[in-house]
Every structure is written in C-alpha cells, then in structure tokens.
Design a protein around this ligand. Sequence first.
Ligand code: ZN
Ligand code: ZN
Length: 143
Amino acid sequence: MNIPFSGGCACGSIRYTCAHEPVAMINCHCRDCQLSSGAPFASGIVVMTADVEITGTPKTYSVRAGSGSLTARSFCADCGTPLFTRGEANPGFMSIRFPSLDQPSEFQPMLDIWTSSARQWVCLDQAIPQFPQSPQQPSELEA
Ligand SMILES: [Zn+2]
Ligand SMILES: [Zn+2]
C-alpha cells in the first residue's frame, strides 16, 4: 500500500488522508456491518486514529456491534457513503471503509471475521483465516 493513502465519500464533502501503514485489513460479516454497509459484509482498513486527518464533518451514530461494545459509525450526511468506525473500548484505533479509498485496488483483506453470520452465498477466500466471531480485541477489529 502506498503511504500516505487517501480517500473520501462519493460526493467529495468528506476527505481523509492516513499517514501510516494500516494495522490490518478485514472483512467483517457481523449483522451490524451488514446493516451499516447495505452489503453482505463490510471491508475495513484498521489504522491508528492519530494517523488520520479528516476534512469535512461526517454524521455519526452509535450502535452495539456484534462484539457487544459500543461502536460509532460515521458516514457522509450528503451522499450516505459509509466511512469510519470507532470502538469505545479502543479509541486509539479506527477502521476506514475500503470503498472510499482513492486506490481501492490496494485493499487486500487479511482475514474474515464474524463468519458465523456470513451469508451462505458469500464466497469466502480459503487462503485467509476465518473467525466465527472476532479473533481478539473485537473493537480493534470491527470493520
Ligand atoms: Zn458525501
Ligand atoms: Zn462487523
């Protein structure tokens, strides 16, 4: 991945840049990610919150994620693009939704989590690890 990397929402109201290499890249199949993405799963890039600079003001709502911890989801109020996720248990980390990347081809998922709620018609990549729930710190890894 080229560093820094950047991205933004569909209408351009919100932009971001991240100064350092991601911590992880994850596909999350939990029900909350399905709802907030409008897709069978959400793909996210986990980074250090301090490394991300955001311009514009996303709208945020908080939900209990599959892990049980409170998770704040941010999206563009103008165009609806899902953008960021932060978990209350680990505010030092955040997740960026991969479709918002300026170079989405650079997203390479490293693991699938919450596959216990994955749709049966979703083809999982057998070359990467799968976890029925979250492998460790759920709020760090929630996409
Ligand atoms: Zn927008
Ligand atoms: Zn999830």
